[in-house]
Design a binder for this molecule. Structure first.
Ligand code: ADP
Ligand code: MG
Ligand code: MG
Length: 251
C-alpha cells in the first residue's frame, strides 16, 4: 500500500537535507511502528507524506497503491484516503470543531461523487464516534484545537480519523501529552480501525504506546534513514537497551 523508495528530502528554505535515502514498505492490513531518537526525521517524514510545501523531495519516490503521490496536493492525498494525525495538530480559530468535521466529511464525499451528509446523519455519526473516544459534545462547539489540552487535541485527531475511515493512517507521536487513561482510549480507537484493507504507520518515540497498539513491524529511523527493521520484539529491545547500539551500528 505504501512504498517509499530511496527518498531524499530537504527543507525548502534552507536546503538542509533531512530525509537521506529512506526505504519503507507497508502492506495493507499492517500496522508499522516507526521509532527513533529525537531529531531523526520522523515528523519530517509525516509532513512529506501529507504533502506540506516546506519540504522538497530531491530523489526517490513515495508510492501509494502503486502510484506516486509526490505530484498530488494535500487535498488530493486526503481524497485518495491518506490521513495524517500530526504531532502538533494545527489550531483553526473561528471554525467550530463540528463545522470542521462536516466540511472534511463532505469534501471527501464530494471527491467520491456522493451527496453531502444530511445534518441528522452527520450528528449521529459524530456523536457515536465522539462517545467512543470520551469526547464531550461541548468540545465540538469550540474552535478546532484552540485551547484544547494535549489529550483533547489527540482525541480530536482520532475522531477525524474514525469519521473519515482513511485507508492509510499516519499517526505522529499520538501518545505524547496523553495520560494513561487517554492513551488507552486513543489506542482502542486506533485498534478499532485495524482492518485487512487499511495500513497504519504509528510514529512514536517511546515503546509505551506499542503495548496498546501492537505493531506487526517496527522500523528505526535515524538521520533520515531506516537503519533497522524487525517485528514487535524490536520495540522491547529498544526499550531495554536504548538507541545507542543501533546508532553506533548505523554510524
Ligand atoms: P523527529 O520527529 O524524529 O524528532 P523531525 O522530523 O522533527 O524529527 O526533525 C528532523 C531534523 O530536522 C531535526 O534536526 C530538526 O531540527 C530539523 N528540522 C525539521 N524541520 C525543520 C525546519 N523547518 N527548519 C530547520 N530544521 C528543521
Ligand atoms: Mg521530536
Ligand atoms: Mg517528531
Amino acid at each position: 500500500m505504501l512504498e517509499i523508495k530511496n527518498l531524499h528530502a530537504r527543507i525548502a528554505d534552507t536546503g538542509v537535507e533531512i530525509i537521506r535515502g529512506l526505504n519503507l514498505t507497508v502492506k495493507a492490513g499492517e500496522v508499522a511502528a516507526i521509532m527513533g531518537p529525537n531529531g531523526s526525521g520522523k515528523s519530517t517524514l509525516s509532513y512529506i507524506l501529507a504533502g506540506r510545501e516546506d519540504y522538497e523531495v530531491t530523489e526517490g519516490d513515495v508510492l501509494y497503491n502503486g502510484e506516486s503521490v509526490l505530484e498530488m496536493d494535500p487535498a488530493e492525498r486526503a481524497a485518495a484516503g491518506i490521513f495524517l494525525a500530526f504531532q502538533y495538530p494545527l489550531e483553526i480559530p473561528g471554525v467550530a470543531t463540528m463545522e470542521f468535521l462536516k466540511v472534511a466529511l463532505n469534501a471527501q464525499r464530494k471527491a467520491r461523487g456522493e451527496e453531502p451528509l444530511k445534518v441528522p446523519e452527520l450528528l449521529k455519526r459524530v456523536k457515536e464516534a465522539a462517545g467512543s473516544l470520551d469526547i464531550e459534545m461541548g468540545m465540538l462547539k469550540r474552535p478546532l484545537n484552540v485551547g484544547f489540552s494535549g489529550g483533547e487535541k489527540k482525541r480530536a485527531e482520532i475522531l477525524q480519523m474514525k469519521l473519515l475511515q482513511p485507508k492509510l493512517c499516519v499517526l505522529d507521536e499520538t501518545d505524547s501529552g496523553l495520560d494513561i487513561d487517554a492513551l488507552k482510549i486513543v489506542a482502542e480507537g486506533v485498534n478499532a480501525l485495524r482492518s485487512p484493507d487499511r495500513a497504519m504507520v504509528v510514529i512514536t518515540h517511546y515503546q509505551r504506546l506499542l503495548e496498546y497498539i501492537v505493531p506487526d513491524t517496527v522500523h528505526v529511523l535515524y538521520r533520515g534513514q531506516v537503519v533497522r527493521s524487525g517485528d514487535k520484539t524490536l520495540a522491547s529491545e529498544l526499550e531495554a537497551n536504548g538507541y545507542a547500539a543501533i546508532v553506533e551500528e548505523a554510524a
